[in-house]
Design a protein around this ligand. Structure first.
Ligand SMILES: [Zn+2]
Length: 380
């Protein structure tokens, strides 16, 4: 691959490139595979604490929504995140981000959503913007004020705060690129989700939606109706709405690690979506209820639980993931003109993506042509 000024000039055989160009510096990937930098289109990277106790409850049979109703789950993370300072959140999130980059991720989306009130949502969004400034990787920032309904409030009261107070402030301070809503039975219904996303659209934020993770609750339909950039989870979405995404150009984002962490054995029918011609993207959904950061681990789960083939997975964690965050014109493939975001993996063939869990596989990572990871470790 020939790179100049952070961009890809040409990808071809070494033999041909060496004849055509003279390089100031060469990086060898001999015996390895070269892929576009990995793109994670769905993470909740910024929060305080962890919830391993809740995982134990799930192992004993409790469901995510059961735990949520008892003020456990997300509410526990919300309290701890509210109690923490921006500096604390930043240092925790930076550590997690380092792991992501050492796992081959060069671009990721990060959502707010553990504040559930203006002050703390802004604190989380500012933390994400600071990560963006301080790190070589690209970050898309999503405002997910409508992640859950805070205690002692009903859906309409809280939605009004999201629409009338939070969204205008987030927009005015330019703290987000996207707005997302958790549309689900018992959380935000389709009408309210659509109201929030349409309000965001009017403020020129692009939209995303947590759709049909636990039940067929109309999330995919909202995604199509509001022309969201992506519909995420889509485990229980109706097939006709999924088919409609070919027209509306909503990108489905599948999060198999999340399904696995919930121990529910319910996965989005990825192969069916692929056979409809949909550009299926894969993400980690890293969160306190799903502690998975690396996309090569997600690839292994997708290969086993969804039976996705290596080439389908690779598209899912590169170009389709880039499309799910509206960046496919800049990143996601090794095409001339795109940013030279590259991951070099110690593997004899691309078929190792999904075949292994990815341990020790990342050798080098380049972001905009700059070596960010060498021998699996971040370069200072
Ligand atoms: Zn999520």
């Amino acid at each position: 691959m020939a790179v100049d000024n952070g961009r890809i000039v040409e990808a071809a055989s070494s033999h041909l490139l060496e004849r055509k160009y003279s390089a100031r510096r060469q990086i060898s990937a001999s015996g390895e595979i070269v892929l576009p930098g990995l793109v994670d289109p769905h993470t909740h990277l910024v929060f305080y604490g962890s919830r391993e106790e809740e995982f134990r409850l799930r192992q004993e049979g409790a469901s995510y929504l059961d735990i949520l109703k008892k003020d456990g789950g997300i509410m526990e993370t919300v309290s701890r995140t509210r109690e923490s300072s921006q500096a604390e959140l930043l240092s925790i999130a930076q550590h997690r981000l380092n792991i992501a980059m050492e796992s081959g991720t060069t671009t990721l989306e990060i959502k707010s959503g553990y504040g559930l009130r203006l002050y703390d949502e802004l604190k989380i969004l500012r933390t994400i913007r600071t990560l963006q400034r301080r790190n070589p990787c690209r970050i898309a920032t999503t405002f997910l004020g409508a992640h859950a309904i805070p205690p002692y409030m009903n859906q309409d009261e809280y939605a009004r705060i999201v629409i009338e107070e939070m969204l205008p402030t987030v927009r005015q301070r330019n703290l987000a690129d996207f707005c997302d809503v958790f549309c689900e039975t018992g959380v935000f219904d389709p009408e309210t989700s659509s109201k929030i996303l349409r309000a965001a659209g009017r403020m020129s934020l692009r939209t995303k939606i947590h759709a049909d993770q636990f039940t067929n609750s109309g999330g995919a339909k909202v995604a199509n109706d509001v022309r969201a950039v992506s519909a995420d989870h889509v485990v229980h979405s109706s097939i006709s709405e999924m088919e409609r995404m070919n027209k509306t150009e909503v990108t489905p984002v599948i999060l198999p690690a999340s399904s696995q962490s919930l121990l529910g054995r319910q996965y989005a029918p990825a192969k069916e979506f692929l056979s409809m011609g949909l550009p299926v993207a894969l993400g980690s959904d890293f969160s306190p209820s799903n502690w998975a950061i690396g996309l090569l681990t997600v690839a292994a789960i997708a290969a086993r639980e969804l039976r996705m083939k290596a080439e389908e997975i690779i598209r899912g964690i590169t170009i389709n993931a880039a499309r799910a965050i509206g960046m496919d014109h800049r990143i996601g493939s090794l095409s001339p003109g795109k940013s030279a975001d590259v991951v070099v993996l110690r593997a004899p063939s691309y078929k190792w993506i999904g075949y292994t869990y990815g341990e020790g596989m990342v050798d080098k990572v380049l972001i905009a042509g700059k070596e960010t990871v060498r021998e699996g470790k971040l370069v200072n």
